[in-house]
Design a protein around this ligand. Structure first.
Ligand code: ADP
Length: 176
């Protein structure tokens, strides 16, 4: 038995890592792995945002996330379309995890974190700095490369690469 299980003071720490994940990249996965070590439970929550037109449906994005996090027992994949802080309350989560790649990310993230604090003071945003290897990496860059049939194997897990190929392969023409 771990010493922790006798400690009644120990709070079950649940964090939410929200995002579009359209699709999940090695940059996201690096944040997921590192955040999973810091919390008892990590919920990766796909934002069901009707104002963006994504390449992958929410279900496809969830499936890919589930596939690439299979070896992480305390990571759960979910989606939400509500206000983030409200979703957090419904999941009894206290911490929002976000990744930071650049100063540009920082400005936007600071605005988001401040807004969420305004909405619910009990919720904390924790930022994790990107692994420098992935500081230039975004879902949009990956889609741009894949669209032109470029190599993405260093940017996304194999399952994602396969799905990107499927999306961008033109349907065979009936040419007879
Ligand atoms: P959103 O539309 O919410 O920005 P994304 O899927 O683009 O959704 O990103 C989700 C989170 O992951 C954000 O906090 C973003 O900064 C972070 N992130 C994205 N790519 C990387 C990367 N290469 N390294 C570290 N964090 C990243």
């Amino acid at each position: 038995m771990s010493p922790r299980s006798n400690n009644h003071e120990h709070e079950h720490r649940i964090a939410v890592y929200p995002g579009s994940f359209d699709p999940v990249t090695f940059g996201h996965l690096d944040i997921i792995r590192r955040a999973a070590k810091q919390f008892d439970q990590l919920i990766v929550a796909v934002l069901n945002n009707t104002s963006k037109s994504p390449l992958f449906s929410v279900d496809e994005r969830k499936k890919l996330l589930a596939d690439v996090t299979r070896d992480l027992p305390n990571v759960e994949i979910d989606s939400f379309r509500d206000l983030l802080v409200r979703y957090m309350r419904s999941r009894q989560a206290q911490v929002i995890v976000r990744g930071i790649r650049s100063v540009t990310d920082f400005e936007y993230e600071l605005q988001m974190a401040s807004t969420n604090r305004q909405l619910d003071e009990g919720i904390e945003t924790v930022f994790m700095m990107t692994n420098p290897k992935y500081s230039y990496l975004s879902s949009s860059i990956v889609k741009e490369i894949a669209k032109f049939n470029g190599p993405v194997q260093d940017l996304v897990p194999p399952a994602v690469e396969a799905e990107l190929q499927r999306k961008y392969t033109p349907p065979k023409e009936n040419s007879n």
